[in-house]
Design a binder for this molecule. Structure first.
Ligand code: ATP
Ligand code: MG
Length: 405
């Protein structure tokens, strides 16, 4: 039996189950998404608890309570039930079973079953199709026979591990059958999805938030630029998409959320196909994330309600309102690469020069160890016009050593 709740959890109140403490929101995972969730929850007046084994985790460092155990540790989960009145997740690879166990004692949003679909690319694509949302042609590769049966039409393609991929990891681009066979071996012959490589005009994503009562609100469409498989730049409004495409993306995300009976913030990434390569229309779903998403970080500074506040509201059963974009903006991801000069020597990025530019909002996640490709923070530039935001973002990029976009 899943724990359910009819009355909303109000910030600053005493917990119904533990009157000695204030109402507390718990989060599985202690990364930067958890940290920004904790910031939003605390701003509203909630007490917060994070479960993450890493004593230096970005979210653990700012939460009221940090439970330092693995996700499936029985004592850790019991402690979280004790400390939190509702639980969410900030990381899609938290074992779905941990969420299911928690759900017997506390409202959990999103639920383990919905998260499990997002953890497996094959299940995710099947769910897109079942929801009437187009995705790239694909085949599941689980055996030699699957490999031999691949249709020529899927090549050139991208072989992706079905589970545990992120930031372009666990992916190999293949042009022919020999390369496909080598790639499957390279990936350890685990279950994979082979996707046809599509000619992309642009990439966009949309974030929806769905309450337990089925109410849905959405953020404006985001335009995303990836470099080496990692999100580099997000621009809002998304100039690449028509209003009809933006509405279609939101409608797709809403259908996906509704058919999962989803509660919480959900991000769906889409490809806008280049002319002449259309498959069931120009908008094709790539993947989804059962949580706030890197492409939604701009909402902290450019919207009147952020994706993290939406997550708080969803899990607490509080009213949802449609966020308003009050400023056009550009978000730059700050990867660990920026902490090294061209000779590979460590350096400190010139934050003073960045903050001297108008409309810059710096977010560093408190990670002490800079590594190539590691997400250390992000910078959102807000301005009165999209062009002004872009110009300042380009100046900030030049200061930091980020390639122009
Ligand atoms: P994330 O960090 O978003 O979870 P990921 O590792 O799961 O990333 P994908 O989103 O599947 O990876 O792919 C990363 C990027 O690779 C995409 O944003 C896109 O630029 C490119 N890409 C992926 N699949 C395709 C495809 N079928 N055709 C063309 N480009 C693709
Ligand atoms: Mg992606």
């Amino acid at each position: 039996m899943a724990a359910s709740r009819s009355a909303p959890l109000l910030p600053g109140q005493r917990s119904a189950s533990h009157p000695q403490r204030a109402v507390t929101l718990g989060v599985m995972g202690g990364g930067q998404l958890g940290r920004m969730f904790v910031h939003a929850a605390q701003a509203l007046g909630f007490r917060t608890a994070v479960l993450d084994a890493d004593p230096t985790s970005p979210a653990g460092r700012v939460a009221h309570v940090h439970i330092q155990t693995p996700y499936l540790d029985a004592d850790g989960l019991a402690l979280l039930v004790d400390e939190a009145d509702a639980v969410t997740t900030e990381f899609e690879n938290v074992p779905a079973d941990a969420l299911r166990q928690l759900a017997t004692r506390r409202p959990v949003a999103p639920g383990g079953d919905a998260v499990a679909v997002c953890q497996d690319r094959a299940a995710e694509k099947a769910h897109f199709r079942a929801s009437g949302v187009p995705c790239a042609p694909f085949a599941v590769i689980d055996s030699e026979a699957d490999l031999a049966g691949v249709l020529d039409d899927l090549l050139p393609g991208i072989l992706k591990t079905a589970r545990l991929g992120y930031d372009g990891k666990g992916q190999v681009r293949v042009t022919d059958r020999a390369a496909l066979e080598a790639a499957w071996s390279e990936l350890g012959r685990v279950t994979c999805v082979l996707e046809k490589r599509l000619a992309l005009a642009a990439e966009v994503s949309v974030i929806v938030a769905r309450g337990a009562n089925g109410q849905v609100v959405q953020l404006p469409l985001q335009q995303n630029l990836h470099r080496d498989g990692i999100l580099a730049v997000t621009t809002v409004p998304a100039a690449c998409a028509s209003p009809e495409q933006a509405a279609e993306a939101a409608a797709c995300a809403q259908r996906i959320a509704a058919s999962l009976d989803y509660v919480g913030v959900l991000c769906v990434e889409f490809f806008l196909l280049a002319d002449g390569s259309q498959i069931d229309g120009a908008l094709v779903a790539n993947e989804m994330a059962p949580r706030p998403h890197n492409s939604g970080h701009y909402s902290i500074d450019a919207c009147d309600v952020s994706q993290f506040e939406l997550q708080v509201r969803c899990m607490a059963g509080l009213p949802l309102v449609t966020p308003r974009l009050h400023s056009p903006c550009v978000m730059l991801n700050l990867l660990g690469d920026l902490w090294f000069d061209t000779g590979g020597r460590e350096r400190s990025p010139d934050w003073a020069a960045v903050l001297a530019l108008p409309g810059t909002h710096l977010h560093l996640y408190g990670k002490t160890d800079a590594r190539q490709g590691r997400k250390m923070g992000h910078l959102t530039v807000t301005a009165a016009s999209a062009e002004a935001a872009r110009q300042v973002a380009l100046q900030a990029a030049a200061v930091l050593g980020i390639e122009p976009f």
